[in-house]
Design a protein around this ligand. Structure first.
Ligand code: S3P
Length: 447
């Protein structure tokens, strides 16, 4: 049964909001813990459905993964290439990151692992991971177009490769490096545009030899020495900047708001949205900057204020790829026009986010143009109308973006199903309502 929700004009948003743990780092902490010898302890793990699916997968590979009473998670790993063949199909739910990283894990050994997922994941392309892993000797059997369900058949001996990423994707980079853990020799990934570097940072933290060279033109060359012994470690997961983005934009838009978001990850390869919002004139202060378990974090203080439209350069896309939907919401009520360029990767996320934002914003009364892979949003100086229900299509970030837009629309904005929000931000509506939002079940609205 779908759970429709609607969002109405919010009171000023105030208070300190605890944002759940980073999704990317949470997946990786369970996976690297499982590939290590000894115990890994994880503090601040995101307990969203995507991550619980990865915890289930690591158990299926023979690792012990448990939540302690104090909320810390404990993983007892099997070591690199020490996994069992899963006895059943691994269901990654909605998680593209989980699926693609785990395909790299499954490739490390001569075992067969079958992956599936929900309706969204089953339509996402896996060919981007299959192409490099095939060069390493891995075989696959999937539905047409490299769609799940599909089987990953690990070879007796993995071949280390050098691979240049054809698209900016941390998931593809990570899948290759994870498979490379099982290969004798050096596995190299060249990324023409740098993407989030949690895999490299965390692999080092767990004891692998990973070298990163900056290349002329801004790219990076990442080399992993295969067959390391990884050792269980302590991981502290920062609050997810991609989740913090929703309350942050809400506070910028709702008059009179001032909120604090403690301990948010500020890794520059994840922080493009905040950089962009500051360029748009946002009042955002970073305090208490520190490094926790290798990742930079800060407390963010966000105050309402006017925003002006800007042009967001395509080079910035990898540092804010998950944040374009909520940026488009901010742009809807900014003064002037915002142009976002180079968004081709948005089409293959949990949904086609370029199409979803263009259609949803238009339905809310915002003027939007899509030209190839560029999105232009004209700020509505006289306010956004709302009074519509947005189809979410199993996409958590589309769902949260439109609930934020409802907070500053003349009339409600509803979403047809809130279930997907629990993949990355369990408790989103309650947290926002506690701060001043008015998100409620949509049963009383004739859509
Ligand atoms: C992620 C990489 C990005 C991002 C996703 C998380 C990761 O995907 O959209 O939410 O943790 O590696 P792509 O690699 O497809 O860009």
């Amino acid at each position: 049964m779908p759970t429709p929700l609607l969002s109405r004009r919010a009171r000023p948003l105030t208070g300190t909001l605890r944002i759940p743990g980073d999704k990317s780092i949470s997946h990786r902490s369970l996976i690297f813990g499982g590939l290590s010898v000894g115990e890994t302890t994880i503090e601040g793990l995101l307990e969203g459905e995507d991550i619980l699916a990865t915890a289930g997968a690591m158990r299926a590979f023979g690792c012990e993964v448990e939540r302690g009473k104090d909320g810390r998670w404990h993983v007892h790993g099997r070591g690199v290439s020490g996994l069992d063949e899963p006895a059943d199909v691994i269901d990654c739910g909605n998680a593209g990151t989980g699926a693609r990283l785990l395909m790299g894990v499954a490739a490390q050994q001569p075992i067969t692992t079958i992956f599936t997922g929900d309706g969204s994941l089953r339509r996402r392309p896996m060919g981007r991971v299959m192409t490099p892993l095939s060069q390493m000797g891995v075989r696959f059997a999937t539905r047409q177009g490299g769609r799940l369900p599909g089987a990953v058949i690990g070879p007796e001996t993995l071949i280390p490769i050098e691979y240049t990423l054809p698209m900016a994707s941390a998931q593809v980079k990570s899948a290759i490096l994870l498979a490379g853990l099982g290969a004798a020799g050096h596995t190299t990934v060249i990324e023409p545009k740098p993407t989030r570097d949690h895999t490299e940072t965390m692999l080092r933290h767990f004891g692998a030899d990973v070298r990163v060279e900056d290349m002329p033109g801004g790219g990076r060359r990442i080399t992993l020495v295969g067959q390391p012994e990884l050792t269980g470690r302590k991981v502290v997961v920062p609050a997810d900047p991609s989740s913090a983005a929703f309350p942050a934009v809400a506070a910028l838009l709702v008059e009179g708001s001032e909120i604090t978001l403690p301990g948010v990850g500020t890794n520059p390869l994840r922080f493009g949205l905040f950089e962009t919002l500051i360029e748009m004139g946002a009042d955002i202060t970073l305090t208490n900057r520190r490094t926790e378990a290798g990742e930079p974090v800060a407390d963010l203080i966000i105050r309402h204020g006017p925003l002006r439209g800007i042009e967001v350069p395509p080079e910035r896309a990898p540092t804010m790829i998950d944040e374009y939907p909520i940026l488009a919401v901010a742009a809807s009520v900014a003064e002037g026009t915002t142009v976002m360029r180079g968004l081709e990767e948005l089409r293959v996320k949990e949904s086609d986010r370029l199409g979803a934002m263009a259609q949803g914003l238009t339905a809310c009364g915002v003027r939007v143009d899509v030209d190839g892979d560029d999105l232009t949003v004209r700020g509505a100086s006289n306010g956004v109308a709302g009074r519509t229900t947005i189809p979410v299509d199993l996409d958590h970030r589309i769902a949260m973006s439109f609930l934020v837009l409802g907070m500053v629309s003349e009339e409600f904005v509803a979403i047809d199903d809130a279930a997907a929000i629990a993949t990355s931000f369990p408790g989103f509506a309650d947290l926002m309502n506690g701060a001043g939002a008015a998100i409620a079940p949509a049963t009383d609205v004739a859509a």
